[in-house]
Write a protein that binds this ligand. Structure first.
Ligand SMILES: Cc1ncc(COP(=O)(O)O)c(C=O)c1O
Length: 389
């Protein structure tokens, strides 16, 4: 018999359900409300800055941990937006998307036997990231209504083996924006158990109804043990540019930069130039961004309620978990398949955000980072759905 070609790690993966749904959307000509990528243009000034950089021959490798200009702009942005004083020379790493940043953070910190806490439901990349880094994931549920954690359940999952907690805030897929009290609870546990907090704040500017976005790193005692991950994808509608950011104390940043260098060398140089421009956009750009997303949220969610879905309005990010029980579907996967194949609307089955698949069977996730026409067309196609009474 031939020896197996694949590693134990890779054989534990399955194809990303979210990206798989995008493939189905293409195949069946469906409106894609599955994968979180905008179908509207990026800001014209930003595109012009990228073109200028290419014309100016910024076409070779940038400094591996990120172009100086971009790191300075990221530090300025972190100061006004998150209230964090960050040294661009020693505390920032620019990566190929926040996706790389999360893997780098784990590869640089995890030893065999270390545990990483994930809130559940979770963004589907975190589990494979843990597998690749050799971490044992431990799960703490977010409960509806409100999609938050129970203090006792969270406290119980921390222990001597806990190396880190990954917190997605604002949260994909639930839309939770964690409050100061919730963040202080997590901070106290991280300090008690000497754990680090790795926060995925890629939706940091997409918050609704006047809620503030608070960085866990800005909570007392957390700056020294926090890794704040974000990037340009969602804030500037450039998911294909692949620019991610990591802010962490220098002792961690030093290790992150080394791992990042061997994983990818660096992010696209001309797009980093444009990034320096983006992070200095006027403040009203961000206010308008949140207002536009709030209008999209309201448009999609009110229409979904009319069709018969049950849901809680998300407080941040651009997704909504919709309860499908009213339609009498057998499960989320067959329901999502029916929607994409028969009605032409791609969504993500809720179970893909849970390790315990049974917990997600009554949900599908819609994203609403789309033009009004796209959202309206999806709703028009969903109208034939029938509620079972
Ligand atoms: C929570 C979360 N983190 C990270 C990403 C990927 O971000 P990036 O494009 O910066 O790799 C996504 C994309 O949907 C996401 O939802």
């Amino acid at each position: 018999m031939l020896p197996p070609l694949l590693s134990h790690k890779s054989s534990r993966f399955t194809e990303s359900v979210i990206r798989g749904m995008s493939v189905e959307a293409h195949k069946y000509g469906a409106v894609n409300l599955a994968q979180g990528m905008p179908d509207f243009p990026a800001p014209a000034e930003l595109k012009a800055a990228a073109c200028r950089a290419i014309e100016a021959d910024v076409n070779q490798y940038a400094v591996t941990w990120g172009a100086q200009k971009l790191r300075e702009a990221i530090a300025e942005h972190a100061q006004w937006h998150l209230g964090l004083s960050v040294d661009p020379d020693t505390e920032i790493t620019v990566t190929c998307g926040s996706t790389e940043a999360m893997l780098v953070a784990l590869l640089a910190t995890i030893n065999p036997g270390d545990e990483v806490i994930l809130t559940q439901p979770f963004y589907e990349n975190y589990w494979p990231d843990c597998v690749l880094a050799g971490a044992t994931p431990r799960f703490v549920p977010l409960h509806p209504p409100g999609w938050s954690f129970d203090l006792d359940e969270l406290a119980k999952v921390f222990n001597d083996h806990t190396k880190a907690i990954i917190l997605c805030n604002p949260n994909n897929p639930t839309g939770t924006v964690f409050s100061r009290t919730e963040l202080e609870t997590i901070a106290a546990l991280c300090q008690k158990w000497d754990a680090i907090a790795i926060t995925d704040e890629i939706y940091e500017h997409i918050v609704y109804d006047g809620r503030p976005h608070l960085a866990l790193a800005a909570i007392d005692g957390m700056r020294e043990r926090s890794v704040t991950i974000s990037g340009m994808s969602k804030t500037y509608a450039v998911t294909g540019w692949r620019i991610g950011t990591m802010i962490a104390p220098s002792r961690l940043t030093h290790a992150f930069r080394q791992v990042h260098d061997y994983v990818s060398i660096g992010a696209a140089a001309p797009l980093q130039e444009a990034g320096a421009f983006a992070y200095r956009m006027p403040r009203d750009y961000y206010t308008q961004l949140a207002a536009d997303y709030q209008a999209r949220r309201d448009r999609l969610c009110s229409a979904l309620l009319q069709v018969g879905f049950d849901l809680e309005l998300p407080h941040g990010a651009y997704y909504v978990m919709a309860n499908i029980e009213a339609f009498g579907a057998a499960d989320d996967v067959s329901f999502a398949r029916h929607l994409v194949r028969e009605l032409g609307v791609a969504t993500v089955p809720g179970s893909s955000f849970f390790q315990d698949k049974a917990l997600g069977r009554q949900y599908i996730r819609f994203c609403f980072c789309k033009r009004d026409e796209t959202l309206d067309e999806a709703i028009r196609r969903l109208k034939p759905l029938r509620v079972i009474v």
